[in-house]
Design a protein around this ligand. Structure first.
Ligand code: C2E
Ligand code: MG
Ligand code: MG
Ligand code: MG
Length: 285
């Protein structure tokens, strides 16, 4: 009896595995097609210097405009892209497109305006990132000073020596490196001194708990204090309320990104923010 059940569940298990594999292959094939047929697009979310009321940069966030399913969020397809290796091609396209769009905004933007692009571990592991960044910048005619790459702690920790080597090359080119989702990984603030990183993005899970949770507030202000003393810039992600802005300003963090300022938007809609007018942004003080 027990043996029978065991054999049945084993059979079930392997047919589930086969089904998962089949779905992955189909998904990968679909994504290849989508890349050929230009179904990916970028939305951009502004980063605001709250004190000067200036848009200092924008983060590029990829979406998939699926013919029959509407706009698909990256949470749904980036994992498969990473798994299949297609993230290398998709990431190359994102870099190129983000740099081109940034170049168009530069005339109207604040000096030092930057576009930031999310990078996956695979782009480091396959060592394509440096050449791809060089190609995207030269194709767009964009200076490296106008590009930022967002790297997660887990990417760095997957292969520390490789990450340090490639980060050094990118930083030497003049590209800004930032740590995305800071606080969710395992790297310590002390370890950051060994990386050529100049900016931290505090993860939105900390911000979401402000002002409800005293621990999150203590951690956030400690991160800000130490980051500042190490000479790092700081951006708070996922800022949705005025209470959060007030706390962040009091803690020494001037740069915010979140729905309170704007959702990620198609480039044409974001242009309004960049064309010198920040008057659409709600007053916060
Ligand atoms: P991320 O890099 O941490 O990007 C921030 C995410 O937070 C975005 O989700 C953004 O829409 C969302 N967000 C911004 N403000 C708020 C807010 O006030 N409240 C809340 N609840 N959420 C906010 P999105 O666009 O769905 O992207 C999710 C993740 O997908 C990104 O997280 C990033 O890890 C990944 N991703 C997006 N585009 C790319 C890409 O081009 N390449 C790679 N490798 N990953 C990407
Ligand atoms: Mg990011
Ligand atoms: Mg993030
Ligand atoms: Mg992330």
């Amino acid at each position: 009896q027990a043996k029978e059940t065991g054999r049945d569940s084993l059979k079930l298990f392997s047919s589930e595995m086969a089904e998962k594999t089949r779905q992955k292959l189909a998904g990968t094939e679909d994504m290849r097609r989508a890349l050929r047929e230009n179904e990916f697009l970028l939305h951009f979310q502004p980063q605001l210097n709250q004190r000067s009321a200036k848009i200092v940069g924008v983060e590029a966030l990829v979406r998939w405009q699926y013919p029959t399913r509407g706009l698909i969020s990256p949470a749904e397809f980036i994992p498969l892209a990473e798994d299949s290796g297609l993230i290398v091609l998709l990431g190359r396209w994102v870099l190129r497109e983000a740099c081109r769009q940034c170049r168009r905004w530069l005339a109207d933007a604040e000096p030092g305006f930057r576009v930031s692009v999310n990078v996956s571990a695979r782009q480091f592991k396959e060592r394509t990132i440096v050449a791809d960044v060089e190609a995207a910048l030269s194709d767009a005619g964009l200076s490296p000073q106008n590009l930022e790459l967002e790297i997660t702690e887990s990417l760095i920790m997957q292969d520390l020596p490789l990450a340090i080597e490639l980060m050094n090359e990118l930083a030497a080119m003049g590209v800004t490196l930032s740590i995305d989702d800071f606080g969710t990984g395992y790297s310590s603030l002390a370890a950051l001194k060994r990386f050529p990183v100049s900016k931290l993005k505090i993860d939105k899970s900390f911000i979401a708990d402000i002002p409800r949770d005293a621990d999150s507030m203590a951690l956030t202000s400690a991160i800000i204090t130490i980051a500042r003393s190490l000479g790092l810039q700081i951006v708070a992600e996922g800022v949705e309320t005025e209470a959060q802005v007030k706390f962040l300003l009091e803690s020494g963090c001037d740069h915010i990104q979140g729905y309170l300022v704007s959702r990620p938007l198609p480039p044409a809609e974001l242009s309004m923010f960049i064309n010198g007018s920040t008057s659409d942004i709600p007053p916060l003080n």
